[in-house]
Design a protein around this ligand. Sequence first.
Ligand SMILES: Cc1ncc(C[n+]2csc(CCOP(=O)(O)OP(=O)(O)O)c2C)c(N)n1
Length: 632
Amino acid sequence: MSNLLPTIKGPADLKDLTNEEMDDLAGEIREFLLETVAQTGGHLAPNLGVVELTLALHSVFDSPRDEIIWDVGHQSYVHKILTGRLNRFETLRQYNGLSGFPKPEESEHDVFATGHSSTSISAALGLAKARDLLKENNKVVAVIGDGSMTGGMAFEALNHLGHLQTDLTIILNDNEMSISKNVGALSRYLTKLRLNPRLRRLKYNVRDLIQRIPKIGQTTVRYLEKIEDSLTFLVIPGMFFEELGISYLGPIDGHNIADLKLAFKNAYDRRGPVLIHVLTIKGKGYELAEKNPQKFHGTGPFIRGNGQNLKEADTLSYTEVFSSTIVDLAKENHKIIALTAAMTDGTGLKEFAKTYPERFFDVGIAEEHAVTMAAGLVKKGFQPVVAIYSTFLQRAYDQIIHDVCLQNLPVVFMVDRAGLVGPDGPTHHGAFDLSFLRHIPNITLMAPWNEGEFRNMIYTALQIKRPVVVRYPKRNGLILREYSPYELLPVGRGQILIQGINTAVIAVGAMVSPALQAASILQKSGINVTIVNARYIKPLDEELLLNMVQNHNQIIVAEENVTAGGFGSAVLEFLTRQGIKGIDFKMLGLPDEFIAHGSTEALLSQYGLDADGICRAVRNIDMPVVGMRVRF
Ligand SMILES: Cc1ncc(C[n+]2csc(CCOP(=O)(O)OP(=O)(O)O)c2C)c(N)n1
């Protein structure tokens, strides 16, 4: 194998490589990606698919002068490797190491921070229009996958771009996959373009023709290439992108460097918006990932030989418990409908989709639409269960307020990945849901502390007949795989787990377990604290709170959410309203900052959200990151 990779210090080093050398380099990059991601974990398959695309892009465009925006950004590893970060790559996704997503603080080549889908065309349009206003002349490129193209924002941006007609290149990386198989009418349309034999035949005939003309000048070649493209437009009546005012080039073989470079050069020389339709294979070059791109979309550390994950836990994850519980409940309750926004596997709905295909909807990366569609389903008596990660639910804020809660519609929101998620970092931590949901009228919010309670919460949520949110962490459960029959949990009632004196720790969801550990540590030094499982964030258990205040002189609340506007704030508001006197009140939670990527355990410990942090809070020592301390 060649040894070109270490010689590439930046995009400039790609400019003089021949296509054959680029092919060799692509092989080296794939090998390097496989070797490294098998150890660090990360988004393997998306990156294996864009090796040639990224090489060709950096050889034609001139980053950072030309600005490249990576949609979602999970496919930016090759870009990172080619823009001076090869030597730090083994720190990927670790604390203080390279981020798994584009990060402007990390490199001038990372123009725009991403992590959530479908933002690239809007951001690129902003950059392009700013360029025009400043009378500059650099190029702006948005690289977006076919999955991300299903998001509403992408459509909004295309609509506006077609209107503004500014210079902007969109590279549509079409691998027919979102995380699962891509869904929707647009995806069907792209397949049509991909398979259109007339389009292909015509293109290749023209190319053949060009190549056979002896000794033609560069201008003629460029001219003929333009004819080739214009023929491409002509053969598809009513071509979607063309109708929007965006030139379409494609489809291009995304693993053929020569074709890619030709298309990118063509786009470079054009005026106005251009979309290049590039066909790639997700997981390209690693057989296991090509066969199962979903498994290798995002993976933990794995064994390269057989693809097996390194860490297997003995308890179930919350996602797995949701998966089996909703399948079980839907057996009796035929009104249950499950919705996901392109996260069938991630949210644990794969089994449900298989068992009840007619009651399951993957709506594409369209969280807003999922929520409002659920509201529509309720109107006809169905019981929609919308499973969305905390961080992606941010997208659907107005829909939750305006379409669900305003009409008090019983939609059940299963909010997975609430709290810290570890190596994916700030774009993916579920740090805000309690704060952005708690103040919405009509909503009920709950968080389980173990899997048994979680099952009961799902069961209860379906009985309440109002908008309900169950938030739960990206973590494994605590107990074995045996469950008792479902139990209705009284709405707005917390649970005293340990009765102590002086200090009461009121913990939410995943914070209950470290609180219990803290209690047993403290007990060894003769400190007996009360531990409360809050269960409900809204409505608050006011009776229980008053009881705590009357019988303790210190109240500590702990939540895996920013302290601003979360559960602690709710308790603080309540105590203030009651005019409580004579107690110390402390809030443990996440601070008012974006939390970095790193291991969840280390991050929790850093913010005092582990047993040790709770012990320190109880003992009143060294609490630099406590959200607030009030003496009433
Ligand atoms: C708003 C939002 N919802 C969900 C996700 C989770 N997500 C990450 S990548 C992805 C699929 C993207 O598919 P595509 O754009 O085709 O890229 P590919 O991985 O196939 O290269 C999804 C659903 C996200 N990042 N943002």
